[in-house]
Design a protein around this ligand. Structure first.
Ligand code: CA
Length: 462
């Protein structure tokens, strides 16, 4: 059993690393997620290739960048006839299941494939008394969505074949907008103020116009559905912005607290069953989120808060407790990593590379030191211009190319192309693009060459 560990992959939706205590959160505690990190490794440079729900999920399943798996935007459904990690694990002898958020379309070629058992939310799903597609059949379940997804996961684990390894995907809807907590956590933070982030009052100067043009500002763009109450009369602009922030961030963190509790239930089960040593447990999120950073909520941008995926992994048989990994990984690498654990060959078309050895502290000499990012959904929903770019350990170059390029779900409204360059050592909060700074022209030239190389490597020529 030890050479073919079980895999429990727990992924939430929009849970940023800076809302986890194991990542140094200033605003909340996540004791159960911390259990995973304390017993294993925390990856400090894990990034998504496209910071939006459906594309990240498609990339995780297929090991492919968006332009090759066909899910470029929220408007693209997956074609389940392509290869995916669940099919490969299942063919390789694993029991496979997915419970929770799918968000890759429904019916026929869009349903989950490669899973012995699946029960997924329609679209975004609801927080309370949600409907599910249970192996394709629409059912309505009563209760809170995060609890139900965990209940289903535990029931499947209890009924599994104990002679074969398993791969279980637990995909929480929380803490996605509109951040509706359950009764158990509804009163958390009631009598306190959550600290504002350092860039809360960002003025969007010294960058491309893309940041100023985005429509995800806490003071201006939140709806009554988001805030769930009317503000008190007579607030100043700054007071109103903080009121919005407190309404938003408290509900967000309450949803996170429920996710954390439910992770504890799964970890307890593994302990009780004696499965902990033989199970790879992962917690991640489909991408990050702005928690008032830059005055924003939402994601999409290649900026750190959104680009960064939290990723903690525990496997006591080979990962030293309390490890911190600086090497870069992306969600394109997840599928090859799972296959590596399962001793199943990685298909040649998959673009990622297993980081199993990296989590043991054994980083190959030719390991990636730059990653390619692309957000395709031009101007839709929050007015974020499509862009691509490269991030190294020190720098980030972003190109807002200003076109929809015919992608589904994009708005066909051209914008002037713009570049940004950030020196993450000198400016970790990304407040000052140095793209036009004469002192950085050598860096600009080198990163443009690296961006071209990455685009050729991943086969993105649009
Ligand atoms: Ca998401």
């Amino acid at each position: 059993m030890a050479d073919r560990p079980n895999i429990v992959f727990i992924m939430s939706d929009d849970h940023a690393a800076h809302a986890m205590s194991c990542y140094g959160s200033r605003i909340n505690q996540t004791p159960q997620i911390d259990r995973i990190a304390a017993g294993g490794a925390r990856l400090d440079n894990c990034f998504c290739a496209n910071a939006i729900c459906a594309p990240s999920r498609a990339t995780i399943l297929t090991g492919l960048h968006s332009h090759l798996n066909g899910v470029l935007t929220l408007a693209d459904d997956i074609d389940n006839r392509q290869e995916n990690v669940a099919k490969l694990l299942r063919h390789g002898g694993y029991q496979t299941a997915i419970f929770g958020k799918w968000h890759l379309g429904h019916g026929g070629i869009h349903d989950p494939s490669g899973f012995d058992s699946w029960c997924v939310l329609p679209g975004q799903g609801d927080y309370h008394d949600p409907d599910f597609y249970d192996m394709g059949e629409l059912v309505s379940l009563s209760g809170y969505v995060t609890d139900i997804i965990t209940d289903r996961s535990l029931a499947w684990l209890r009924g599994r074949d104990r002679e074969r390894p398993f791969m279980l995907m637990v995909h929480h809807k929380a803490p996605h907008r509109p951040w509706i907590p359950d009764d158990k956590h509804a009163a958390m933070y009631e009598d306190e103020d959550i600290p504002q982030p350092p860039t809360f009052d960002d003025d969007y100067r010294n960058r491309a116009a893309a940041a100023a043009n985005a429509k995800m500002r806490i003071d201006r763009d939140m709806t009554h559905v988001d805030l769930k109450a009317d503000p008190p009369a007579g607030l100043s602009a700054a007071e109103r912005k903080n009121w919005n922030y407190q309404r938003y961030i408290k509900d967000y963190l309450r949803c996170v607290a429920s996710v954390d509790d439910n992770i504890g239930r799964l970890l307890d089960y593994l302990d009780e069953e004696g499965l902990t040593d033989d199970t790879v447990v992962i917690y991640t999120s489909d991408q990050g989120f702005f928690l008032g950073d830059h005055g924003w909520y939402d994601k999409r941008f290649m900026y750190e808060e959104s680009l960064r995926m939290p990723f903690v992994v525990r496997y006591p048989r080979e990962i030293a407790a309390g490890s911190v990994v600086e090497a870069m990984a992306t969600n394109v690498d997840f599928a090859p990593t799972f296959l590596d654990y399962a001793a199943i060959p990685v298909p040649s078309q998959m673009q990622g590379r297993s980081f199993r050895s990296v989590t043991r502290g054994d980083v190959p000499g030719d390991w990636q030191t730059s990653i390619y990012y692309r957000y395709w959904m031009h101007l839709t929903h929050h007015g974020v211009a499509a862009h691509y770019g490269v991030r190294t350990h020190r720098h980030k170059l972003i190109y807002y190319y200003g076109e929809a390029l015919g992608t589904t779900g994009s708005i066909d409204e051209p914008r002037n192309p713009e570049w940004e360059l950030f020196d993450l050592d000198a400016d970790p909060m990304e407040l000052h693009s140095v793209y036009d700074d004469p002192a950085y022209q050598q860096v600009v030239a080198e990163l443009k060459t690296e961006l071209t190389r990455l685009r050729e490597q991943v086969g993105d020529d649009r």
